[in-house]
Design a protein around this ligand. Structure first.
Ligand SMILES: Nc1ncnc2c1ncn2[C@@H]1O[C@H](COP(=O)(O)OP(=O)(O)OP(=O)(O)O)[C@@H](O)[C@H]1O
Length: 757
């Protein structure tokens, strides 16, 4: 029911008054926290916002570690506290250490382990700063949060929406793969922008009136990545457009120590907060890490065997290139391991990436094959295992990859497959400071399930997959050649023929960047040579560009930018858009510093304007729901487009759910068959029990023991799953007792259990 106008106006006024009071109170608390006051109001809980202005708590000397532990004790708005309610009560270490500083406007260089809650450590100060400044749509962009990947940016946006849902600030997600035109129409009305560097620069270059000159707060999530040479040109161009007087927050699990990098972002007397600096390990304590040497031609066998043995787990599998991810996903899907499979890489459309991420977040058990697009920041709940089939390019990448499990207070496990020539990486990891507690184990080759010949039959049955296999082979080797660390990565040491065979390829593809003696040519040679026609009429350098993970580190940022422009991010999985179609972004712009078409007149913030003017009303004067603006701007599409998109989402989701269902049915069927076989074995075993010799299984014992759900399942077989059978089995064992000594019985039971896996 629409309320009478009079009442509406007075309640609006009241709310504004209340917010003004609250802001005044918060400002006073925060002023008292600044170093000149010598006191820390956070050391004791502040009074409730309803307390009369001026009743500030005095307190002990400043110590971010002492003081408050709960979000409710922070001098933040009631709206933010309400947004946190339900999910977040107690602060994590990094939040306790950094929030008292960031809320009162200081620059932060923050580092803490993966999964320790850095996102809230910068989301809260962003919202609070703009709220206290009474920021509104006409004030334009007040905060920028820059993330290295689209997926991470999307995740940050979700978290911002959650925490800021009672605020009326507008926020938008600007990443490649979305409709840039409709973004351009709305971008000037955004208060908080979450973006990747490339898309932000595109708007700075092309969008009329896009203006960040009033920016109050800049956040670089995964700061070391954003400041490294892969993004150098974009980030320098962006920083050149931002006002120097601003608050800057840099966060990462592996923080940059480069003074040059820090000088680039012009930190102003920053607080260096490294809450785990004293920690013995660089990785989460609840993370158990294993490594084993696996020849490159056995890596897929090992991966297949691992998946088949961990059917009840949620597993994240890292491979180097998009083509490898596509190949492994497609062929393993055809072979149906008995668990739902998904894949994620930089060549997929943004829609598919979002759907995959949300489905993997919900699913359990499941396997997600991915490139390093998923290595930083992504927060999938309850991952049991991180499997690194391909060696990470450096220690930082290793730390971020394994950090996708054991998040916050959870446990997790990881395993790294290293080919013999990559063994040096293990030494590097073991010698790292702070330590990375990684244990080397021997694979149990007896348990290895050969998958190569099955891949070969898949390639025969589906000839179109041969091309993917070939590209997987070539792009992987090119990535190895492009790696900087030549101690670890040496393409000439790899058994190329065996590797090709292991992918099911009948012949080893020719590599033009390796000359006849197996020596490596220069990188430019490889591009110029173009690795020849790929059969699909694609320019091979385009194909190379798809493997964003590799190139980012090898090429300078200008080249990388060219790649981005040559291959539109809208492109569907592995479908390339020809260069000519990219007229939207002429190449010369890449190297130019961004220039505006026209500059917006500088906006002034009216300090007297009460907060809350951003509330929107409909024709009947009903208040529109908070963050309606966010929802609007988020998609950047017209309503019709959005409905179409949603229909597509729903259809795609249903299709994928259908696949999941089939996978689950298959899994159940396989389990039933397995049990049948076990019963048969049990019967057979009665006959020749005495002949059975129990072998030791030391090599993979770690893995087996680690896999709790599996051992639980084994127990279930006897206890509940098939009670009758269990009873019969027990009886049979009892019958045989006089024939077999107790020790033999135990050994036989063990053998039986291990054969069931
Ligand atoms: N105070 C808190 N109480 C409960 N859960 C929290 C708290 N802070 C963060 N979390 C949860 O912990 C998980 C990890 O948080 P987050 O993604 O912010 O970690 P991170 O430090 O940014 O990790 P990474 O370095 O991998 O990016 C998330 O699921 C988040 O919801």
């Amino acid at each position: 029911m629409p309320r009478p106008k009079l009442h509406q106006t007075s309640s609006r006024k009241q709310r504004r008054l209340h917010e003004s009071e609250e802001i005044k109170l918060l400002d006073e608390w925060i002023d008292a926290m600044k170093p000149s006051s010598g006191t820390n109001p956070l050391a004791v809980p502040p009074p409730p916002p309803s307390a009369p202005v001026g009743s500030l708590p005095g307190g002990a000397g400043f110590s971010p570690y002492a003081g408050c532990k709960l979000f409710s004790q922070l001098p933040i708005s009631v709206k933010t506290k309400n947004g946190l309610k339900g999910k977040y009560v107690e602060m994590s270490d990094i939040q306790r250490a950094s929030l008292p500083h960031s809320i009162c406007g200081r620059d932060i260089l923050g580092a803490s382990k993966t999964g320790s809650g850095k996102t809230l450590a910068f989301t809260i100060p962003v919202i609070e700063k703009l709220y206290r400044l009474r920021w509104g749509p006409e004030d334009g962009v007040g905060a920028l949060i820059i993330s290295p990947t689209k997926d991470l940016a999307a995740q940050l946006f979700e978290e911002l929406k959650r925490v800021g849902k009672y605020h009326t600030l507008s926020a938008g997600l600007l990443v490649g793969g979305r409709d840039v035109k409709s973004e351009k129409e709305r971008v000037n009305f955004l208060n908080i922008i979450i973006c990747t560097p490339g898309r932000l620069l595109q708007h700075m270059n092309e969008t009329p009136n896009f203006d960040c000159s009033q920016l109050q707060i800049l956040v670089l999530d995964e700061a070391d990545r954003i400041l490294d040479h892969g993004f150098r040109a974009e980030v320098d161009a962006i920083l050149g457009e931002l006002p120097r007087v601003r608050q800057t927050l840099l966060f990462s699990a592996t923080q940059t120590k480069s003074v040059k990098d820090l000088a680039r972002v012009s930190l102003n007397n920053p607080e260096y907060i490294s809450v785990h600096a004293e920690a013995v390990t660089a990785t989460p304590e609840r993370l158990k890490q294993l490594a084993m040497v696996v020849p490159i031609d056995q890596k897929l066998d090992m991966l297949w065997s691992f998946i088949r043995k961990h059917l009840s787990c949620k597993i994240l599998v890292f491979l180097t290139t998009c083509k490898q991810v596509k190949f492994v996903f497609e062929t393993f899907s055809k072979l149906r391991p008995g668990v739902p499979l998904k894949h994620l890489h930089g060549g997929m459309s943004q829609t598919r990436r979002i759907i995959t991420c949300s489905m993997f977040a919900e699913a359990t058990p499941s396997v997600l094959f991915c490139t390093d697009v998923a290595s930083r920041g992504l927060d999938f709940p309850a991952i049991d295992w991180v499997v690194q089939v391909d060696c990470p390019e450096d220690i930082e990448t290793y730390i971020h990859r394994v950090g996708r499990t054991a998040r916050f207070t959870n446990e997790g496990r990881s395993v790294l497959f290293l080919s013999p020539s990559e063994f040096k990486m293990l030494e590097k990891l073991q010698g790292a400071e702070p330590k990375i507690p990684i244990k080397s184990i021997k694979p149990n080759n007896d348990k290895l399930e050969q998958v190569s010949h099955r891949l070969a039959s898949v390639l025969v049955q589906y000839p179109e997959m041969q091309h993917t296999a070939k590209r997987a082979f070539v792009t992987y080797l090119k990535s190895i050649k492009a790696q900087k660390d030549k101690e670890v990565f040496d393409v000439t040491k790899l058994p190329l023929e065996d590797f090709a065979k292991s992918l099911g390829l009948p012949v080893t593809p020719k590599l033009r960047f390796l000359n006849r003696n197996g020596k490596v040519g220069s990188f430019s040679e490889s591009i110029d040579d173009g690795m020849g026609e790929d059969g699909n009429g694609h320019n091979s350098s385009d194909e190379e560009l798809e493997d964003d993970v590799i190139v980012a580190k090898e090429l300078d940022s200008t080249k990388k930018k060219k790649q981005e422009l040559n291959l539109t991010e809208d492109s569907e999985d592995d479908i390339l858009v020809p260069k000519e179609s990219n007229k939207e972004l002429p190449e010369k712009k890449i190297t130019e510093l961004p220039t505006r078409i026209s500059k917006k007149k500088k906006l002034k913030i009216n300090p007297l304007r009460p907060a809350g003017t951003r509330v929107k009303f409909d024709d009947d004067l009903n208040i529109l729901p908070p963050l309606a603006a966010i929802a609007d701007i988020d998609t950047g599409e017209s309503v019709v487009d959005r409905i179409k998109l949603e229909e597509r989402y729903t259809k795609l989701r249903e299709e994928m759910k259908e696949h999941d269902k089939e996978d689950k049915m298959l899994q159940r069927k396989m389990l039933r068959e397995k049990r049948k076989k076990q019963k048969m074995k049990l019967k057979k075993w009665r006959g020749d029990a005495e002949e059975v010799a129990v072998g030791s299984d030391e090599d993979l014992s770690d893995l087996d023991e680690a896999e709790k759900p599996r051992s639980k399942k084994s127990k279930m077989y006897f206890n509940s799953d098939s009670e009758d059978e269990g009873e019969k089995a027990k009886k049979r064992i009892g019958d045989d007792a006089d024939r077999i000594r107790l020790a033999e019985q135990e050994a036989l039971a063990l053998k039986l259990l291990s054969s069931m896996h």
